[in-house]
Design a protein around this ligand. Structure first.
Ligand code: CO
Ligand code: ZN
Length: 329
């Protein structure tokens, strides 16, 4: 599964520009899917049909990652930019970014230098241009962080773990899923980082009986971390609450029972800030019982997010257990 994760996290896919990620997933899902389609916003929807009598389930993992967009190019060719999603400026000085056309740029904060955190207004992207005319990027061009995945002992680090790690879990669960009574719609969603927009329309179209988002969550196990009962390596997290939603209590019970049945370690998650696709799925149409399976992740939204590989494998095992059996709570 590491090779799959590497391919997914290294792909280019800021919000609104998820096609490269979608193509990767489509190619791997094709062999086992009963139907694959792309909807009007770009969500990739992969159906694995059940044997009948089960539930219509929606799984949602977002393909988009934090990005930045060129807003202005000055006389000397330096590109000013705005964030696409929640970009922590303090992690940007010295970062390299890559545009869809392959252009690489370096970010610097000319006011604060290395002292950071600074403000976005003082940052620019140096693409090697010397004037607007020779700039390899134009207004509106979008970039993402440029970093390869690397292994840190039992851990993996990369840009875009949020949420390609969720895409990897969902895709691997699809590939491993045995025959089940449930019709499972695996949605690889777009535009989560700008307001969970893709999942919102996908849920409206699919009309699921139950839904589960799979995404990253925060951590509480570094020296000065804010108190949070989530540690890397202690298993995937079953969400109870985050900044945008309360998990449906029945869905939470079903997830906990599935973890216990599969012998998968799990942690219960209360996240203070932030939310996931589950937030907009839950309120689609007349409402959908919705939960969220989380992969504990350090340094979320930085160029070097860190997950524990065992947590990823256990999240996949838990998802297979949840989907392979009749669903009740
Ligand atoms: Co995010
Ligand atoms: Zn996310």
């Amino acid at each position: 599964m590491k090779a799959l994760i590497k391919e997914l996290v290294e792909a280019f896919g800021p919000s609104g520009y998820e096609e490269q990620v979608a193509e990767l997933i489509r190619a791997k899902a094709q062999a086992v899917a009963d139907d694959i389609r792309t909807d009007n916003l770009g969500n990739l929807i992969v159906l694995k049909k059940g044997t009948g009598g089960g539930k219509r389930v929606m799984i949602s993992a977002h393909m988009d990652e934090i990005g930045l967009i060129v807003s202005y190019i000055d006389k000397k060719g330096f590109a000013r930019f705005n964030p696409v999603g929640g970009l922590p400026i303090s992690t940007m000085t010295g970062a390299r970014v890559r545009f869809a056309n392959g252009t690489v740029g370096v970010i610097y904060n000319e006011k604060d230098g290395w002292a950071g955190p600074g403000s976005l207004a003082d940052c620019y992207i140096d693409t090697g241009a010397t004037c607007p005319e020779d700039s390899p990027v134009q207004i509106g061009d979008v970039a993402c962080i440029n970093r390869p995945m690397e292994e840190l002992g039992p851990r993996l680090t990369s840009k875009a773990m949020d949420d390609r790690i969720g895409c990897a879990v969902a895709l691997q669960a699809l590939l491993e899923l045995p025959a089940s009574p449930n019709d499972v719609y695996f949605v690889f969603s777009v535009q989560e980082e700008v307001g969970c927009r893709g999942a919102m329309v996908a849920a409206f179209g699919i009309e699921p009986d139950v839904a589960v988002a799979v995404d990253v969550t925060s951590w509480g196990d570094t020296p000065q971390a804010k108190p949070m009962a989530i540690e890397l390596g202690k298993g995937p997290a079953i969400k109870v609450k985050d900044g945008g939603m309360l998990a449906h209590s029945g869905v939470k019970r079903w997830m906990v029972a599935s973890a216990e049945a599969a012998g998968v370690p799990y942690q219960l998650e209360v996240l203070i800030g932030g939310t996931t696709d589950a937030y907009t799925i839950q309120t689609a149409r007349a409402g959908v019982p919705t939960g969220c399976l989380s992969v504990p992740t350090r340094y979320v939204h930085s160029p070097s997010e860190v997950v524990d590989y065992n947590d990823v494998l256990n999240a996949t095992r838990l998802m297979v257990q949840m989907l392979a059996n009749p669903i009740s709570w």
